[in-house]
Design a protein around this ligand. Sequence first.
Ligand code: NDP
Length: 253
Amino acid sequence: MVLSMNRWEGKVAVVTGASSGIGAAVCRQLVEHGLKVVGLARRKDRIEELSEKLIGKKGKLHALKADVTNEQELIEAFRWITQNLGPIHILINNAGLTQPTNLTDGDAEMWKRIFDVNVIGLCVATREAVKDMRKNKVDGHIVHINSIAGHKVPDIPSFNVYPASKFAVTALAETLRLELNNIKSRIKITSVSPGATETEFVNNVNPSDDQIVKAFESILKAEDVADAIVYALSTPPHVQVQELTLKPINEPF
Ligand code: NDP
């Protein structure tokens, strides 16, 4: 199998949650591969800072402010992208979070926030990207950033509804694959499932949870996950990486 990012050069990629961690690392790599990358997040200033640092690379990073829980904002962001930069070829559904609560006496607003970002936001962004790809007859690629918690519930009590939201992402990746098959589309869908990764994600976990502390002792770098995404994107058009799981060596789960 010949791996190459050449066919994406000059094309538009959208990365949600581009203001930190895995999203920022993916933006950097896609710009280095010559793509026109649009980073979406609420903290637009952070994406602008990254964009400045990437001046002189092959591609370019554009910063757009969008809250993925706001459907209208997302629709407008996608409209801006297609009108100003061209047809969308790649979507990296990366925006995601957990919240410091639990199930037994948890906060329903926090549960809802997790589902709104990790599940509904991902579905809306996917719908908008697929609509644009089909309209322009683009055999594009959608990547869902899932988690090892989307396949097996880790023994982290304060993870509350987070694993359930990522199990939903596993199902959504497969449901999308089947839906695309049914309409004879050649758009690819890949689920990338990292284990503990060194990002700001840990700011939203319960620091008194010993299991969390243990889980984050062996850790991946955001760049490792970005490398895995680029690998999936580099495969030839007939090869679909369906699921890619990465664990740091010695992960306790
Ligand atoms: P970070 O906290 O570093 O980044 C999360 C990103 O999501 C930020 O850019 C943030 O942007 C964005 N985001 C959160 N809420 C919203 C919102 N409402 N609208 C738009 N963007 C939003 O964490 P990671 O890089 O680790 O997380 C990226 C993905 O990786 C997530 O889906 C996470 O579940 C997954 N993951 C992380 C693991 C880890 O151990 N770190 C392990 C497995 C999976 P802003 O706040 O500016 O809007």
